[in-house]
Design a binder for this molecule. Structure first.
Ligand SMILES: [Zn+2]
Length: 615
């Protein structure tokens, strides 16, 4: 039920009463994406369908919302959704959300509308129990949810399986306090309380003779190796090792016969509070709702085996699974290059030798370090180099996001950061043509295996060794970046194309070199779009209008003049992409105003803005 009146702030008092009254007559058929759109424009909704206002008027429900007010943040709740594979169809921030205090809602959708009150209530309570930072008030199925500001997660096609969720995650939930509010007209199964304990899950006795757990505690690798009984497997690199062990069934390893609900082995547990779950990459996790631990296989081995050294834990894991990581001399050398690069970044050497370049990248340097670390685990045993003996490393942007525990929505940010480093010659992106065929096939096979949904394309990077020889190139690019007024915000193929031409743009964005032209009916070099050319000529016109009338133009002036035709964001973005080209083409310059310049142009007011003036 949706009230299409839009608010900018949280409605108060009488407004709420008005909304409630309007909502009563506002059953709508609506797509989820439309609903999300209404909500971020400040409209109010009730996830349930009611024949009135109260919970006793409940009829059916397909959407389930959770409200998060305090004690958590967006990232950790979304990670939890991912970890348990209970994905909302969208999430949005509420009116009072701030950067410091996250306030937001997640909305889940079931495959079919639920028409049994008990089931709907069970599902709502189970969801609240799984996401235990959610607001208590959500348990009321007739609750209304105000709109908010921004979408924080979108997966409109995501559906949750309510039977599975209730089955898997039901623990003691006493909703007896609500029975008097149950719908009077509900003809479905009527029980006084929905007692979820033992409803569907037997309470398994923790087997006292669980020899596998004992063996891990005693670090008895021989026993476990025999029990697991793997044939000897040679792995090429650490990533292959992680892929192997994270996808090994933890229930099997720990000999837990009922892995979806059992008594936790890490705390004194009277109820079956723990479960073993798989995320959407098939990785197994141990999670306990009682003590809150969330462990992967490495954590479990370290905790149970009381390992104080990670390499020793790895060695133990390799032994029990009969795995061997075989590194060739070649791989060792490649790793060494990457490790030396890391040192250059962290020991001040790059900063000292390339001060301007370093300044340009300093805010993102941590990302480069992480990328090098990922590359270290992914060095392959194939003597492949580009023509410069650089390390070749391949990964999809999605894979990089996963490794860095970033949401797939961050893919665009990751790609931008990569371009920043490419520009500074700290990283190269290879064109498909430069990649040896066998390697291309191999990565495509990996891509296909992992059923990568969004980011099918695997990118090939080559990472040069950061040496005294390369410092001057890195710094030269740093100076170019600075002189061209490049910013991360405007970063785009178009920005480089307009400023430095086709070759530079193609080098940084090899995958976007060409485009199919509908007009010419053939593949042509990608240049700029007509609409962006139009916006660019408008910008030029307004700059000259402003210079004629007062001697200078500022970006804000231009944006205001474009206001009738384009949004502020679009104008600002276009200026970032086109400005350098305009400055060069029309003999203009961009200067920072100082006191003297302000006097010269008669600028009053605080601040020292950037001015665009004639050269
Ligand atoms: Zn526990």
């Amino acid at each position: 039920m949706l009230d299409k009146t839009s608010y900018n702030n949280k409605p108060q008092g009488i407004e709420i009463a008005k909304i409630t009254n309007r909502l009563e007559k506002s059953q709508v058929e609506i797509d989820i994406n439309e609903l999300a759109d209404y909500l971020i424009h400040g409209c109010t909704f009730k996830p349930s369908v009611l024949n009135g206002k109260k919970e006793t008027d409940w009829m059916e429900q397909q959407l389930f919302a959770l409200d998060f007010d305090e004690g958590t943040n967006i990232e950790s709740e979304l990670n939890r959704c991912k970890e348990l594979n209970i994905l909302p169809c969208f999430g949005y921030t509420s009116f009072s959300h701030t950067h410091e205090h996250h306030k937001f809602r997640l909305v889940f959708c079931t495959h079919e509308p639920i028409t049994e009150y008990d089931t709907a209530k069970q599902l709502q309570l189970t969801l609240m129990n799984i996401f235990n930072h959610s607001d208590e008030k959500c348990k009321n199925l007739s609750r209304l949810y105000f709109g908010g500001k921004d979408l924080i997660y979108v997966g409109f096609d995501n559906r949750i399986n309510h039977k599975e969720i209730i089955n898997k995650y039901s623990i003691e939930i006493n909703i007896s306090g609500h029975t008097e509010k149950k719908p009077h007209n509900n003809n479905y199964i009527y029980t006084n309380t929905i007692n979820l304990v033992g409803l569907k899950t037997p309470i398994p006795e923790m087997n006292n003779n669980n020899y596998n757990i004992k063996a891990i505690r005693n670090r008895d690798a021989k026993y476990l190796k025999n029990k697991i009984n793997n044939s000897h497997t040679i792995l090429e690199n650490n990533q292959a090792f992680f892929d192997y062990i994270f996808t090994y069934d933890l229930g099997k390893l720990l000999e837990i016969s009922y892995p979806i609900s059992f008594r936790c082995i890490f705390h004194d547990d009277n109820h079956p509070s723990a479960g073993i779950f798989q995320n959407d990459e098939g990785h197994y996790f141990y999670h306990c709702f009682g003590c809150g631990v969330s462990y992967n296989i490495i954590n479990i081995i370290e905790m149970l085996g009381n390992f104080k050294s990670r390499p020793k834990a790895y060695k133990f894991i390799r032994e029990i699974f009969n795995l061997e990581i075989q590194e060739t001399e070649w791989q060792k050398e490649q790793k060494e290059i990457l490790i030396e690069n890391l040192k250059t970044l962290t020991n001040g050497e790059l900063k000292e030798n390339c001060p301007i370049a370093y300044n340009n990248i300093s805010r993102n340097i941590k990302y480069l370090q992480q990328l090098l670390l990922i590359a270290i685990d992914n060095v392959y045993d194939e003597k492949l180099t580009d023509n410069e003996d650089n390390v070749i490393f391949y990964a999809s942007t999605r894979f990089i996001c996963e490794q860095l525990k970033m949401s797939p929505q961050s893919a665009k940010e990751v790609s931008k950061k990569n371009v920043l480093f490419q520009y500074h010659e700290l990283l190269n992106k290879l064109d498909d043509e430069e990649i040896p065929e066998n390697m291309l096939k191999r990565s495509q096979a990996i891509g296909a295996n992992k059923e990568i949904k969004n980011q099918k394309h695997i990118n090939y990077y080559s990472i040069p060794s950061y040496t005294t020889n390369s410092f001057k190139d890195i710094e030269r690019q740093g100076v170019n970046w600075k002189n061209n007024n490049y910013t991360m915000k405007g970063l785009s193929r178009e920005m480089f194309y307009r400023t430095e031409g086709l070759d530079v743009a193609n080098k940084l964005y090899p995958q976007y070199k060409q485009i199919y032209s509908k007009e010419q009916k053939q593949v042509i070099d990608r240049t700029t779009t007509k609409s962006s050319d139009n916006r660019t000529s408008k910008i030029v016109k307004y700059i000259f209008d402003l210079i004629i009338s007062k001697g200078y133009a500022t970006e804000n002036d231009i944006i205001k003049m474009m206001n009738t035709e384009y949004s502020k964001t679009l104008s600002a973005m276009q200026i970032k992409k086109s400005l350098q080209e305009i400055l060069q083409g029309y003999d203009l310059k961009r200067i920072r105003a100082n006191k003297q310049i302000k006097e010269q142009y008669g600028i009053i007011g605080n601040g020292y803005p950037f001015l665009i003036v004639k050269n």
